[in-house]
Ligand binder design. Structure first.
Ligand SMILES: *[C@@H]1O[C@H](CO)[C@@H](O)[C@H](O)[C@H]1NC(C)=O
Ligand SMILES: *[C@@H]1O[C@H](CO)[C@@H](O)[C@H](O)[C@H]1NC(C)=O
Ligand SMILES: *[C@@H]1O[C@H](CO)[C@@H](O)[C@H](O)[C@H]1NC(C)=O
Ligand SMILES: *[C@@H]1O[C@H](CO)[C@@H](O)[C@H](O)[C@H]1NC(C)=O
Length: 302
């Protein structure tokens, strides 16, 4: 009898978890701000497939408009960029934030949400991403801190390509890796070695076996869920070339081995979907801006 009750409680808990993983159920009461913001940040990170994950800093506004059978919620959120690239499997809640001197980045997001019958749907969000301190404020706070360069800076990209070539000399890897994305490039002048470039970038595992004599840049990446990823931080000086390159490895999401006659799946048509999404209309995404930062994309879910 006692065991049965414990079991019932446990399965009730499991049901709750599977309905909304880790999230509190949402109601239309005025006190729903933190829970709605939590839902919104999960959603934003789930659809954010480039750059870095974000964490909530502050809920700056929460207005609830009661409508038939539920309510419309408008949130104003202040988010902060973490050091976890989107390929990092770590939950965003556990990711470290950048310090001010590391050119911290914030996003001011307006999120529209509809709550009906206890079900919350995000219909639109729009974020304005920028450095927490402007470049001129940074000159005052930390005159010697490296400055962020545009992600297409040619000398910065040269440092990334040198680091990637170095990375692919590591024969412990099964396959070659190619550049997936540059996360950040910064530079600073050092008396003894001239201009120094500090880059963060994500690499993706390809189909080309390590040691094969091919043009690595032409190798096709494995499907996003079957590829390992690496996230690297390099330093490079224009005078002395590559100084260091440290990489973290992230395991593939899907490690199911292929059968003896099974070919590596063709993932051209998969597109990039948020993990665990179950269909539904693809959202419209508008990615504004070039420059030194990865913007949070504006999404319309309609
Ligand atoms: C955030 O964006 C909203 C809407 O665009 C604006 O009204 C608000 O002033 C912004 N907040 C900050 C801190 O920039
Ligand atoms: C970087 O991109 C911007 C915007 O697309 C462009 O104006 C600029 O010329 C590019 N710079 C380099 C070095 O390619
Ligand atoms: C080489 O790659 C392995 C993983 O395949 C990694 O554990 C190791 O740290 C790498 N070595 C260097 C010198 O980067
Ligand atoms: C893992 O990859 C294999 C081969 O593409 C596929 O058949 C299987 O469905 C995948 N598993 C998951 C959980 O996606």
């Amino acid at each position: 009898m006692r065991t049965l009750r414990v079991l019932t409680l446990l399965s009730a808990a499991v049901l709750l978890c599977s309905a909304a993983p880790g999230l509190a159920p949402l109601t239309c009461s005025e006190g729903n701000g933190p829970a709605a913001a939590d839902k919104a940040v999960h959603h934003i990170n789930e659809y954010h497939d480039h750059g870095y994950k974000f964490r909530l800093h502050e809920v700056q506004g929460n207005s609830v408009e009661q409508v038939d059978g539920g309510c419309n919620v408008k949130l104003q959120l202040d988010l902060r960029e973490t050091k976890c690239h989107t390929t990092n499997p770590k939950p965003f809640e556990d990711c470290e934030l950048r310090r001010e001197t590391q050119r911290a980045v914030k996003a001011n997001c307006t999120v529209l949400m509809t709550i009906k019958d206890g079900d919350a749907t995000i219909t639109k969000y729009e974020c304005d991403t920028r450095q927490v301190n402007t470049n001129s404020e940074m000159v005052r706070i930390c005159p010697d801190c490296p400055v962020l360069l545009p992600l297409n800076d040619s000398e910065g990209l040269k440092s990334v390509h040198e680091a990637t070539t170095e990375f692919n000399k590591n024969t412990s890897n099964q396959h070659y890796y190619v550049l997936k994305e540059v996360g950040r490039i910064s530079s600073g002048y050092i008396m003894t070695s001239g201009m120094n470039y500090y880059a963060e970038f994500a690499l993706v595992e390809t189909r080309c076996p390590m040691g094969s004599r091919i043009v690595i840049e032409a190798c096709t990446p494995l499907c996003p869920d079957r590829a390992r990823h690496a996230f690297c931080k390099s330093s490079y000086s224009s005078e002395n070339g590559l100084l260091s390159n440290d990489c973290d490895f992230y395991p593939a999401e899907n490690t199911t081995a292929l059968g003896p006659d099974e070919k590596e799946p063709d993932c051209r048509h998969h597109g990039r979907r948020p993990p665990h999404s179950h269909g539904g209309p693809p959202p419209h995404a508008y990615d504004h801006g070039h420059g030194p930062l990865h913007m949070l994309t504006t999404m319309v879910m309609a």
